[in-house]
Design a protein around this ligand. Structure first.
Ligand SMILES: [Zn+2]
Length: 267
């Protein structure tokens, strides 16, 4: 069994006010961004620390965005994103504009090998998502962007938390339209375990399937997303949800127990 020792940071149950009014009035996370003004405000509010104890901050609302690093043209199947790494998954390019399009980020094909991305950015493969009018819950994906997008366009990516310093866990998602999606309290609690697992145990996001082979995607157990109250670690190797493991090494699966450092027994 692995036990996380989680303590109240300031022995107070009252919220710490942080003023985000110069942005959108809530926490906006620039994924992979070299400057993180909103995160800096949180760091300042909770005070600097020199110990190596991981802090977890619960924010009321969060919106997460990537920033396009270079112009993208209609038909492109890869785009450059500011920052050093990009997570695979669904995203919305140019949210709220007349060029909005839903896409899925996919691992970049290794052949033919792409040219180096613009400095300070990373390539990601991209497929356009098309909603099935018969069944809107089963989108299909076709290659290539529909629209051209200029550098610095926002790309919205829904996330429940980030394994930053401090770890951020959101109570609610907010999108570009200001639409809020609340999360079940158990999901929020499990998100804490999930993000602490990333930081404390160096675990990677995995995919787990249930007995009837139904893919439950994001909402399962501890290290495969914004899980429910199930916080088991898996001994059997599980496929990774993304194309790389936590250290950035291309990998296909992970045995979570073998990632846990164990002290050598005394002779
Ligand atoms: Zn994760």
């Amino acid at each position: 069994m692995v036990k996380f020792d989680i303590q109240n940071h300031n022995n107070s149950t009252s919220p710490v006010p942080v003023d985000f009014s110069d942005d959108k009035g809530y926490f906006v996370y620039h994924i992979g961004g070299s400057s993180q003004p909103a995160l800096e405000k949180i760091r300042a509010a909770i005070g600097k620390h020199t110990d190596n104890v991981t802090r977890v901050v619960i924010v009321r609302k969060m919106r997460s965005v990537y920033i396009l690093a270079a112009d993208a043209r209609a038909g492109d199947t890869r785009i450059a994103i500011k920052g050093s790494s990009v997570l695979t998954g669904k995203a919305t390019i140019a949210p709220g504009t007349n060029k909005e399009e839903k896409v899925r980020f996919i691992p970049l094909p290794t052949s033919p090998s792409p040219p180096p991305p613009p400095s300070g950015s990373a390539w990601i493969g991209v497929e356009r998502m098309v909603q099935n009018s018969q069944n809107p819950n089963t989108p299909s994906f076709i290659a290539g962007l529909k629209n051209s997008h200029s550098a610095n366009t926002e790309i919205e990516y829904r996330a429940g938390g980030w394994s930053t310093d401090p770890i951020i866990v959101a109570e609610e998602y907010i999108n570009h339209l200001g639409v809020i999606t609340s999360k079940d309290l158990n999901v929020i609690k499990t998100s804490i375990m999930h993000e602490v697992g990333h930081v404390g145990l160096n675990l990677t996001d995995i995919i787990d399937t249930v007995d009837d082979n139904t893919y439950r995607g994001m909402s399962e157990n501890m290290m495969d997303g914004e899980g429910n109250a199930d916080s088991r670690l898996h001994y059997c190797p599980r496929p990774l949800r993304r194309d790389k493991d936590r250290s950035g090494t291309p990998a296909t699966e992970e045995n979570q127990w073998e990632k846990i450092e164990r002290p050598e027994p005394e002779p």
